[in-house]
Design a protein around this ligand. Structure first.
Ligand code: RUQ
Ligand code: CUA
Length: 661
């Protein structure tokens, strides 16, 4: 008995040692790593990366900017979430950016980055991203990597199928994930889903020159869940495709109830036709409140305007503009190949990936090859629209991107792999393990008419044993894979901020050449812009405005007295530097607001409410020069009833407020 137990233990140990020697797990991993991986991702000190990559921050609400192939994080662009690091959403100038019809909402769940396009090619001008929770779309200007505009989408409840762009950036299109009651009185029983709940699809027009967005029209659509989308291009330009799940119209236990039907749908919309209907006056004005926030480049100040109506068209009344295509089981991603002929839909629970042909869809519409209607919209017969199916791709297909050689790459969430297949024949060519559970993937330019190819990046949800552990929460990560040859080769793992959903990448030159280095002081139209001789402190009742300047290495004024408990102090700091990479920070001891990071030539304003008498230091928070530590000052706070006069100064240059309080 005893001996046999020892024997089993020995056998087990031998097994483990053998396993280690043969390197079961390492061997599998090693096999897929390219021999020269290090050389292919190494960017020598002082050299630039080949590509910019923009990832959504998911639950962080922001955008991450990385260099490829190094995977180095270059910047986090604050978008939907407050960022105390630079005062985004805390400064007076930026607070309006996070305003909504429901008030100030300083966080979101940001999913899909989408770059502006011209003729179906990425043009490097703007980056759009959706707020999935509070329905919003943001536009980032890629000249200065700043969020310049955020528009709220009314009549939407979960802005997930968004913001997918048409080939000439005519529109960013957005569809609601959750259907909801869209009517003047939305207070209806949840189990009246079938009769009361509807989806909406919004066409947000993008101005060709300024990028400014406005909601052109909304479509009232069948009450299902709209998940993802992509615009047609080339052959299919003028069309838009949406994946739809929950065609069962379940409102409870969707995990089971929304997986009943064998097939859900892809919704194909002829947006050029809808645009004609809209121009012909077919839309009705309906009441809907939403915020439209714009950051002005010369005032360095955002404004938030609440709009009160949208133009709505009921999709079921728009003849020949909408068709459903059956799609096996709970489709998630819907992706259009670079030619525009193939539409790839990934059913999360499906064993195949259906590939639809745009030409066949058009033939089917012409020949009325329908199998009936769903909510008054014709349903095309599956086989009539189908180009073919990718057989045995793996488990849990989610998203597909394309290279420049006619190949597609699909993520398999459950079997943790990327599968490469030939678009025209749907034949599987290669597969590679990724670690682990990829959601989206991204080929640079891979959703445009002109993919750059060369790499695919897997955006993984789970990393388990890939990195040093950091407590219960482990990093999300990206994996860079070389696709230049026949076989995919793993090059690099790198962590990402937040949870990356979609990403976009482009050759660096496209963006680098347009970079702004600083804002011109002569063009600064901020209401509180201050140039050196005009530094002052002004009391208006209980508000004290400090007109301050920052330059290496002092803040002017650096001594302020006459503030009283109960006052609100607003520091308006103008960084008067006119040089690249010369920001200054600003912070007051114990401020419950945030700090500022002020770019050269910019003015930013920060509120501080002192609670107790005392002398409080303020200082620059960005190590800007050898005497950065000296870039400091004091503000004296007296009790509420005191009569300390308001005064300010720098060195021997001191001033006392003339207007006696
Ligand atoms: S969705 S994987 Cu917004 Cu696929 Cu994230
Ligand atoms: Cu300015 Cu440190």
């Amino acid at each position: 008995m005893k001996r046999s137990r020892h024997f089993s233990l020995a056998l087990l140990l031998a097994g483990i040692m053998l396993g280690t020697l043969m390197g079961c797990k390492p061997k599998q991993v090693k096999d897929v790593i390219d021999g020269d991986a290090a050389g292919k991702v190494y960017v020598p000190p002082g050299k630039y990366d080949e590509l910019y990559m923009f990832t959504s921050g998911g639950f962080s609400g922001q955008v991450g900017v990385y260099g490829l192939p190094s995977g180095r994080l270059l910047k986090v662009i604050p978008v939907f979430s407050q960022n105390p690091e630079n005062g985004w959403g805390y400064s007076e100038e930026t607070k309006p950016m996070l305003n909504t019809s429901g008030g100030f909402i300083p966080w979101d769940d940001a999913h899909h980055t989408e770059m502006s396009q011209t003729n179906g090619e990425i043009d490097g001008r703007w980056l759009f991203i959706n707020g999935n929770n509070t329905p919003r779309i943001a536009r980032i200007n890629l000249v200065d990597f700043k969020t310049e505009e955020i528009i709220e989408i009314p009549n939407c409840a979960g802005n997930h199928a968004s913001p997918f762009i048409t080939p000439n950036s005519e529109y960013v299109v957005s569809a609601t994930r959750f259907s909801i009651p869209i009517q003047s009185n939305p207070d209806v029983p949840i189990n009246s889903y079938d009769s009361n709940f509807r989806g909406t699809i919004s066409f947000v027009k993008v101005d060709k020159v300024t990028g400014r967005m406005n909601i052109a029209f909304q479509l009232l659509a069948p009450g299902v869940d709209y998940d993802l989308s992509h615009a047609g291009k080339g052959a299919s330009d003028g069309w838009m495709f949406f994946s739809c799940y929950n065609t069962e119209k379940a409102s409870t236990l969707l995990e089971v109830n929304a997986s009943q039907r064998d097939k859900d749908f892809i919704l194909a919309l002829n947006w050029k036709k809808l645009e004609e209907y809209f121009k012909a006056g077919k839309a009705k004005e309906v009441q809907a409140d939403y915020a439209h926030n714009v950051f002005n480049e010369t005032t360095h100040t955002a404004t938030s305007t609440i709009e009160h109506s949208v133009k709505m068209m009921n999709l079921k009344d728009m003849a020949d503009a909408a068709y459903f295509i059956p799609c096996p089981k709970s489709p998630h991603g819907v992706d259009v190949d670079p030619t525009g002929e193939y539409i790839v839909a990934s059913g999360k629970l499906s064993a195949v990936i259906p590939v639809f042909s745009f030409k066949k869809i058009q033939d089917a519409i012409r020949n009325k090859e329908f199998e009936g209607n769903y909510d008054s919209i014709p349903v095309i017969r599956y086989e009539a629209a189908l180009a073919g199916e990718v057989q045995k791709p793996g488990l849990g297909p989610l998203h597909t991107e394309f290279d420049d050689k006619g190949n597609a790459y699909s993520t398999m969430f459950i079997s943790s792999e990327i599968v490469k297949w030939k678009v025209a024949t749907q034949q599987v060519l290669d597969r590679i393990k990724v670690f682990y559970s990829p959601g989206h993937l991204m080929v640079p330019g891979g959703d445009s008419r002109k993919p750059y190819g060369k790499y695919v990046v897997a955006l993984n949800k789970i990393t388990k044993d890939r990195y040093l552990p950091t407590g219960p929460e482990l990093t999300q990560s990206a994996q860079l894979i070389d696709i230049s040859g026949d076989k995919m080769k793993l090059l690099l793992d790198f962590p990402t901020i937040g949870e990356p959903h979609y990403a976009q990448a482009v050759p660096a030159d496209l963006i680098r050449k347009n970079q702004r280095r600083f804002y011109k002081l002569t063009e600064n139209k901020n209401a509180y812009v201050t140039l050196p001789p005009d530094v002052k402190v002004v009391r208006k009742d209980k508000t004290i405005h400090v007109y301050m300047t920052a330059i290496r290495s002092h803040l002017t004024p650096d001594n302020i007295e006459g503030v009283k408990v109960g006052d609100e102090v607003i520091f308006h700091v103008t960084n008067v530097e006119q040089d690249w990479d010369a920001p200054h920070g600003f912070a007051v001891m114990g401020n419950d607001n945030a700090e500022l990071l002020i770019m050269p030539g910019e003015t930013a304003s920060l509120i501080w409410k002192p609670r107790k008498p005392g002398v409080y230091p303020f200082y620059c928070t960005d190590f800007c020069s050898a005497l950065h530590q000296e870039m400091q000052g004091y503000i004296r706070v007296s009790s509420a009833g005191s009569n300390t006069p308001l005064s300010w100064g720098l060195g021997s240059d001191t001033h006392v407020a003339k207007n006696k309080e």
